[in-house]
Design a protein around this ligand. Structure first.
Ligand code: F0G
Length: 482
């Protein structure tokens, strides 16, 4: 959807939907928020939703459903085996991706579990443009390694490169030659590359990388969880693709890969996942893992109601009006923050706005989790829940030292069709306030540190009494009650 033009004032991004059902929000006074973030161990994953004003933790499973998605849920066909709902889902996926072999799984990481279980051997190497937390954890759990071969420019925060998710083809070739082709488990390309700021890959790069893998006989896998944003960016940023429809682009991308999987908590606006396997024999080999870990082959751990909703969601993801809204709101937020001097990842990607905490919080050592501290501070000063994406989200090295993340960010996700422009303006305002008071923010240290995926359930404490000092400054500007 090209942005709607305005007559008397600068245009703003437009919601191409109207509100039919609402959920009341609650903004706790700041003193109560301080108590809540302390209880949560300064980890926003551990907050209760009722204590949050704007939940921008993720878009996963919290995108708004459409009327048509909800209506479709009523016709779900409940059966342990052979549900009509599954066959409708399979047919829709075949129509969109051109692959008929569909393995259902309860969410994205369940797909990753099954894929890793099949392909990853000890000491093998999975090549990726960039890792996602769960996609890497499944590889390392099985004794494999991940090589992230994104182009160097992809990690530069402030940039005008349109496709920062692109993989470096020279690095891929060098890696295959060094490791030996027999030691490569697969090439996994992630659309809408999550951890570097929801940054897209170009079709041209996906094609070149999969061609290279095919030259060596390496299996190619697309993580399509964030494909909808990537489709939008290919359409508006890749010159050679601008006259293609979203459906055509989707099909051209899918045709490059042996396997396509996705989290339907993102792609499809519902809750679930699926793996599409081009090769019939491979598909049958992987089936056993679905029945063992997920459920029978016609539901894979998903509710059939969610499957019906997601079938409609897949079609909606092929609609430029629907998929434009997220990137356009994010672009509005990122540009506003940028012009206010907040260090943000540019160009704006999909998924959310990303603030560079390494740059903003240079007074906090990397081992004291600058992005984690900023995330806790934003909840305290605004009731906004973002997500740390940096060193806290990494696992320690074998010797117990910190593995310092290559990017240190706070992510403010924009679940699709959920927030309005005035809520977005509030977020911009509170982030700017924090930016102007950053020197009041200090570091964090773990008091309970799980070994795996510690960012989910770990508990931390502030180093010093900075949360109290920050709160006092906030109260001076905004009063006690907000
Ligand atoms: N791949 C990508 C690119 C993802 O962003 C996610 C989830 C997954 C796989 C795993 O899917 O959550 O359904 O198991 N990303 C969420 C997020 C958690 O908040 O970005 P899942």
């Amino acid at each position: 959807m090209p942005q709607i033009k305005f007559y008397s004032r600068p245009a703003v991004p437009m919601e191409m939907h109207k509100v039919k059902i609402v959920q009341q929000l609650n903004l706790l006074p700041i003193r109560e928020r301080l108590a809540k973030i302390k209880e949560a161990g300064f980890n926003t994953f551990m907050l209760h939703n009722k204590d949050i004003f704007l939940d921008m933790l993720t878009d996963s499973g919290v995108n708004a459903m459409s009327d048509n998605m909800q209506a479709a849920m009523l016709r779900a066909d409940d059966a342990y085996a052979g549900s009509e709902t599954f066959f409708r889902m399979r047919d829709k996926l075949e129509e969109i991706f051109g692959i008929a072999n569909v393995l259902p799984a309860h969410q994205g990481r369940a797909c990753e579990h099954i894929i890793a279980q099949h392909f990853v051997k000890p000491d093998s190497v999975a090549i990726m443009n960039y890792h996602f937390t769960t996609s890497k954890a499944h590889v390392t759990r099985l004794g494999g390694r991940v090589e992230e071969l994104i182009k160097d420019e992809g990690l530069v925060t402030k940039s005008d490169l349109p496709f920062k998710g692109d993989i470096d083809l020279d690095k891929v070739r060098a890696c295959i030659e060094k490791e030996g082709v027999e030691n490569i488990s697969y090439l996994r390309l992630e659309a809408g590359t999550n951890l570097i700021g929801g940054q897209p890959m170009s079709y041209e790069n996906m094609k070149a990388a999969t061609d290279l893998a095919r030259e060596y006989g390496i299996t190619t896998i697309l993580d399509a969880s964030l494909l909808q944003d990537n489709l939008y960016f290919i359409k508006v940023r890749e010159e050679s693709m601008k006259d293609k429809s979203i459906r055509e682009i989707t099909r051209m991308i899918a045709d490059l890969f042996d396997i396509v999987y996705f989290s339907a908590r993102k792609f499809g606006f519902a809750r679930g996942g699926a793996i599409l396997v081009r090769d019939e024999a491979l598909f049958h080999e992987m089936e056993d893992l679905v029945t063992m870990f997920e459920g029978f082959l016609t539901y894979g751990g998903m509710s059939v109601k969610e499957m019906e909703a997601m079938i409609v969601g897949f079609d909606e993801s092929m609609d430029m009006d629907v998929i434009s809204q997220g990137p356009q709101f994010i672009n509005h937020c990122v540009n506003a923050l940028d012009s206010l001097g907040v260090p943000v990842v540019t160009p704006a990607g999909g998924l959310g706005a990303h603030i560079d905490a390494r740059q903003l919080m240079s007074h906090i050592p990397a081992e004291q989790y600058p992005a984690g501290a900023l995330t806790a501070a934003l909840y305290l000063c605004g009731g906004i829940r973002g997500m740390e994406r940096g060193t806290m989200s990494e696992e320690r090295n074998a010797d117990g030292s910190e593995r310092i993340a290559s990017v240190e960010m706070i992510r403010l996700a924009f679940p699709r069709r959920v927030f309005t422009l005035s809520q977005t303006e509030y977020v911009i305002d509170r982030v700017k306030w924090l930016c102007d008071h950053k020197d009041l923010i200090g570091g964090l240290r773990f008091v309970h540190e799980p070994k795996t995926l510690r960012f989910f359930t770990g508990k931390l404490e502030p180093i010093g009494d900075w949360p109290e000092k920050l709160m006092e400054a906030y109260i001076r500007d905004f009063g006690e009650d907000q």
